[in-house]
Design a protein around this ligand. Structure first.
Ligand code: SF4
Length: 379
């Protein structure tokens, strides 16, 4: 079973922290949809249509800048080209695009999971992030969602912003919880060098919050959501039992996925199941509109040791972790002496559990990135 990722590269404005591929001009949306449909048809009767698609994810950019009719046309093309056994069709939307009619249109097009990019309800934080929506629109979109036919949805929230207090974060979580969401993604703000925030930090105009502050935010999110029955199942993802995201879970367990649209990533196992290919469509809308999606740009060949390392990094970001047996059987991987000692130390410090399955504890998950970096550089 595979997943399809569809990249919609349009945004109203640039959020200050964002390093995804997007354009802020709004022309050529229909041309883009036409080209995307051509790209979908180019996959007909290829290796990518040999297994059934179980999840589709419209990400971006801002997919909700497309009309429901355009989304429907894209889904029609997918159903025509791919064998589907769909469990989940998610579309990311921004609060300022949501209306009753729009949600109804998406629902009848086949979207069954709404991903709402709220991030915060706090006006200063929304301004700091340069989000296109207001605090009122963030609230209104959830009211509209609640009254809609969407029972499956997720809400995005960002913590660890410079100057964000625990009170402000708690108010944001309280407001979201009033709508009884089955799933929440809570991201710690990452300051990437090429973004507006990155530049401000470089110029010394902005100071990122201290690690202790971010750690307090993390604790608040985990505890508050757990008290509402929404459990952490990955570093940034929380769900009621049974509401975990199908599409993202497939990424973490190394299933095949095909990305369509400019800047979309793909991952596909080779026939021998001992190697895989990863590639990225060119991040250039003009080139895409001229049909330059046909070639895989710089495909990267991953051998079993590469894949083992990657599976380790993805698996340890999840609460359930991964089994040594799986690493051995599927990737011919066993930890070396240094790695075993390191894991032992993590266990003694309460940061990991290392039986037949290895997983990070809550304290370990707070510093996942540095643990993973340590582990993979000990080869
Ligand atoms: S709306 Fe999303 S993709 Fe667009 S700039 Fe903001 S964070 Fe980035």
């Amino acid at each position: 079973m595979s997943g399809l990722y569809i990249h919609i590269p349009f945004c109203k404005q640039a959020c200050s922290y964002c390093d995804f591929y997007f354009v802020t001009r709004q022309q050529h949306k229909q041309d883009f949809v036409d080209e995307l449909i051509r790209e979908i048809y180019s996959k007909k009767e290829t290796e990518f249509t040999e297994e059934a698609v179980q999840s589709i994810y419209f990400g971006g950019g801002t997919p909700s800048l497309l009309t429901a009719e355009q989304v429907n046309a894209i889904l029609d093309a997918i159903r025509d080209v791919f064998d589907t056994d769909l469990k989940e069709i998610t579309l990311e939307m921004n609060p300022d695009d949501v209306s009753r009619e729009y949600l109804a249109g998406l629902k009848s097009a086949g979207i069954n999971r709404a991903s709402m990019g709220v991030q915060s309800f706090n006006p200063e934080l929304l301004k700091f992030m340069n989000r296109a929506h207001t605090s009122q629109e963030a609230l209104k979109c959830l009211e509209i969602l609640e009254a809609s036919a969407f029972r499956v949805f997720t809400v995005d929230v960002i913590y660890g912003n410079p100057g964000q207090s625990l009170d402000v974060l708690e108010q944001d979580l309280d407001t979201i919880l009033q709508f009884n969401p089955p799933h929440i993604s809570a991201y710690s703000l990452t300051i990437e060098p090429q973004t507006r925030l990155g530049k401000q930090v470089e110029l010394g105009r902005l100071t990122p919050p201290k690690d202790d502050t971010v750690s307090d935010h993390f604790d608040l999110v985990v505890d508050k959501l757990a008290a509402a029955g929404i459990q952490q199942y990955e570093v940034s993802n929380y769900a009621k039992p049974g509401s975990e995201a199908v599409h993202n879970s497939n990424y973490w367990s190394h299933e095949n996925y095909l990305g369509l649209g400019p800047g979309a990533h793909s991952f596909w196992w080779n026939d021998d199941r001992k190697s895989a290919t990863r590639w990225t469509n060119r991040s250039n809308l003009n080139a895409y509109l001229n049909g330059d999606w046909k070639e895989k740009s710089d495909p990267e060949q991953l051998n079993l040791p590469d894949l083992a390392e990657e599976r380790l990094m993805l698996g340890l970001r999840t609460k359930k972790g991964l089994s040594k047996e799986e690493l051995k059987k599927n990737y011919w991987f066993e930890f070396n002496e240094r790695q075993l000692n390191y894991l032992q130390k993590l266990e003694e410090n309460g940061k990991a559990k290392t039986g037949a399955r290895i997983h990070l504890t809550r304290e370990g998950l707070k510093i996942t990135d540095s643990i993973l970096l340590d582990l993979v550089t000990m080869t």
